[in-house]
Design a binder for this molecule. Structure first.
Ligand code: CA
Length: 225
C-alpha cells in the first residue's frame, strides 16, 4: 500500500514514517503542501495522512487542491486543533477521518485499515496483486504462491509488494532502500541483500520456478513470464 504522509514537524514525521513502514506501508513524505501536491501528481497513492498545520498553506486548502487534481484516495487528517468546527470542516472538505494530536500509533493504524477497507472497490481488484502464480492480498497482508500461504514478516511483504508492482522491471538496491525502507542511498548497507535472500527462501521454494532474479551489480527483477 502506498501512503503519502504530509507532516512538517520533523520529529513527528520521522516517527510516523518509521512506524508506518514497520506496519507495512510504502511511505513517501512531504513536509509542505507544495511538495505533497507534486508527489500526488507523480504517483498514485492508496491513502494519505495529512497534517492540517503546514508551513506554506492550510491542510484544508491542500485537501481541496488534491481533490481538484483527481486524488480520490482516502485521507486521514491529523491536527492539533481540537475544536469541533475544525473537525467538521476537515471532514466536509474532503477528509475521510480525523485524528487529534497527540494520538496513539495503534489508533492511527486501526483508522488507516478501516479507511482502506471502506474504500476497497467491490471485487477488491485494487487490493490484490498477481504475478504468475504469486498473489498478494494487500488488505490482509497475505501472500500466497500456487495457493500456499507464505510466512512473511511485514517488511518482507512490503518488499515483495514493491517487486510485484514493478514485475518485469529491474529495481536497484537504492530504489528498494528508498521505497521500502524510506532511506536515501547508504551504499554500504546490505539490508536489501539480506532481505532479498530471506524472501527468496520463502517465495522460491523447492521445485518451484525461481521468480526473484539477481542482476549482479545492478539489482533485482521479479519475473512476470
Ligand atoms: Ca504541523
Amino acid at each position: 500500500m502506498r501512503l503519502l504522509l504530509v507532516e512538517d514537524e520533523h520529529d513527528i514525521q520521522a516517527f510516523l514514517r518509521h512506524s508506518l513502514v514497520e506496519a507495512g506501508y510504502q511511505v513517501d513524505v512531504a513536509a509542505n503542501g507544495k511538495a505533497a501536491e507534486q508527489l500526488a501528481l507523480e504517483a498514485a497513492y492508496d491513502i494519505l495522512v495529512v497534517d492540517l498545520g503546514l508551513p506554506d498553506q492550510d491542510g484544508i486548502s491542500l485537501l481541496l487542491r488534491l481533490r481538484q487534481i483527481g486524488v480520490n484516495a482516502p485521507v486521514l487528517i491529523l491536527s492539533a486543533r481540537r475544536s469541533t468546527d475544525d473537525r467538521v470542516r476537515g471532514l466536509e472538505q474532503g477528509g475521510d477521518d480525523y485524528l487529534t494530536k497527540p494520538f496513539a500509533m495503534a489508533e492511527l493504524l486501526a483508522r488507516l485499515r478501516n479507511l482502506l477497507k471502506r474504500n476497497a472497490p467491490a471485487g477488491s481488484e485494487a487490493t490484490r496483486l498477481r504475478v504468475l502464480d504469486l498473489e498478494l492480498d494487500l488488505l490482509r497482508r497475505e501472500a500466497t504462491r500456487s495457493g500456499q500461504i507464505l510466512q512473511l514478516t511485514p517488511q518482507e511483504f512490503v518488499l515483495l509488494e514493491y517487486l510485484c508492482r514493478n514485475a518485469g522491471r529491474v529495481v536497484t538496491r537504492s530504489m528498494i532502500l528508498d521505497k521500502v525502507w524510506g532511506m536515501r542511498i547508504q551504499p554500504d548497507t546490505n539490508v536489501v541483500d539480506v532481505h532479498i535472500y530471506r524472501l527468496r527462501g520463502k517465495v522460491d521454494g523447492k521445485g518451484q520456478q525461481p521468480l526473484i532474479r539477481t542482476l549482479r551489480g545492478v539489482g533485482y527483477v521479479l519475473k512476470d513470464r
